[in-house]
Structure formats: C-alpha cells, structure tokens
Design a protein around this ligand. Structure first.
Ligand code: FE2
Length: 292
C-alpha cells in the first residue's frame, strides 16, 4: 500500500515561524527576543518543573517531565526552527538551568558549539544550530543572572574578552518577563551576568539543527520512549538506531509537517514520477526566501 503523506490526516501544517522582519532582525543581531511567547501558566509550570529537579543544571531533560517533553515541538518556536532545518529538523540538546543568587559559577564570554573549527567556517547565511531559550522567572534588571550578549557578534571569529567576564562596549543584557523566548544563532558571543538578587533564575534551552549534526546531550534518545511520543516529537528526537537515518530519514518520517496554507508543495520540482516522495528535496522557508 503506497503511503500518501499529503493526505494523511495525522500530519499537520507547520506552525507559524519567521516573518520577513523577524528573520531580518535575527540575521542582523544573531538573536531574536520574543516577549510573552508562552502563556503565563505554561511559564509557571515550567518554572515549577525546573524547581523540582535535583541538580542546578542538566541536559536531555525532555524525557524527565511531561512539561519538558511538550517543548520538543512547542508551537511557539518549532515553526521557526522548521523554517531553517525543514524536513531534517532534530533536537540536538535540551537543558534546564537554575542560577541561584550569589552563584559562583557563571559562564564567561564564549559562543556555543565547536571552537576549533566553528560552524561559521562553513555557514554564514544560516546558523547550523539555533538555541531556543525560555525565560521562566522575572528578569526586570541587570545582575539577575541575565544572559549578556553582543548583538551582531555571531559572525565574529574572535572576541578580545573571550574566556573572561570583562565588559564589552556593545554588550547587552536580556531584560524580559517570564514567558519570553529567545532564539540564538549558534556563534553569538555571550556570557552570564552575576545574580545579586534574591531570585533564582530559571530557564530552559532547546537547541536544534539539521539531523546530520551530532547531538550534544545524548548519544541516542531511547527509541522505545520515542515511539510513545506524538508523531512530530518522535521525529524531531531522531532516535534512529541506524545512524545513517539521520542522513536519510525513513520514509515514514517524511514529511514532518505539511506545507502551510499558501506555501508551495512540490509542484515545481524536477523529479520524474518514479522518484519516491521521501527522496525528493524539500526546500525550507529560508531556502525559498533566499531563492526568491
Ligand atoms: Fe553558551
């Protein structure tokens, strides 16, 4: 029985993602800040989930608590990362962080990802990783364990202040309400502010990229657990026992989403009829935007 993915009622259109304006801001600044991305009750529930954990920081949290699991394909962000990584979208890392008042451990200037041969050596027009952050406690002022970053630094190979907490003349601090979302371009220089308040900062990070990039919080998500997830979450975890499926996804996992209303399907593609649907290139929103 041939599978007809475009008529399968279990497959939904992708949630909304970037607009022309939000992509332009993200590409310029290396960071996009979206206030009130989460409902207050969702942010509060996630903050409670972070508070309930034993350690101050841990990775691969999406299997630990249903409130974290729901973030794998949360509609506030999944459309954005789908716009960039399309049909090979993978969750590369999930993590929560608690930053207690007076905490001695805070990250000095760095950018995420490989340092010896950074992603920027290959990709400038699009990030190879995007880190989604949800900020779950109030950050109304500096010195609350805020994210400190240099807008537009995502293409800089070097920062004189690297590995220190020396201030940078263009640095900015993230000042947001609980429920805010940030998208960070892999490569943006950032560090963590002191926390001189009496509030423990809670946040979660979810890092995405194309499935052929290695995960950084696990070797492999538990395939049996992944099978219990809703279809989109299962696919995005890419719990493939056969590594090559991260390069060539199995046909049951294509497409991840249906095109949004008004988006082109495959009409203009130069494939002969015999080429299976799962083997056809599926241009991302970003590719179509670049080609347009
Ligand atoms: Fe970092």
């Amino acid at each position: 029985m041939p599978h007809h993915p475009h008529t399968d009622p279990a497959i939904a259109p992708a949630p909304p993602g970037f607009t022309e304006d939000s992509w332009a801001a993200f590409a310029r600044d290396g960071i996009l800040v979206v206030e009130d991305a989460l409902e207050p009750a969702t942010a509060a529930a996630l903050s409670d989930a972070v508070a309930a954990q034993a350690e101050n920081n841990r990775g691969h949290i999406v299997g630990d608590d249903a409130r974290f699991t729901a973030l794998i394909d949360h509609p506030a962000h999944v459309g954005h990362v789908y716009d960039v990584y399309g049909e090979m979208l993978k969750l590369l890392r999930s993590e929560y962080v608690r930053r207690a008042p007076g905490g001695a451990v805070r990250n000095a200037w760095h950018f995420d990802g490989p340092r010896l041969l950074p992603f920027s050596a290959f990709a400038r027009s699009a990030p190879l990783r995007i880190k989604v952050g949800y900020w779950l406690t109030p950050l109304p002022r500096p010195a609350m364990g805020n994210l400190v970053y240099v807008p537009g630094s995502h293409h800089w190979d070097h920062l004189p202040q690297y590995h220190t907490h020396e201030p940078h003349p263009q640095e900015r601090r993230l000042i947001v309400r609980p429920g805010a979302m940030t998208l960070m371009w892999g490569g943006l220089w950032h560090r963590v502010d002191t926390n001189d308040s009496d509030v423990t900062r809670h946040n979660v990070f979810l890092e995405y990229g194309p499935s052929w990039l290695v995960t950084s919080d696990r070797l492999l998500a538990d395939p049996q657990w992944a099978e219990t997830l809703p279809r989109e979450q299962r696919i995005i975890m890419r719990a493939y026992r056969e590594q090559n499926q991260c390069v060539k996804p199995p046909s049951r996992d294509v497409p991840l989403f249906l095109p949004r209303p008004g988006e082109p399907v495959e009409a203009k593609q130069p494939y002969a009829d015999h080429v299976p649907s799962a083997l056809r290139k599926r241009p991302t929103w970003l590719e179509r935007r670049i080609w347009a």
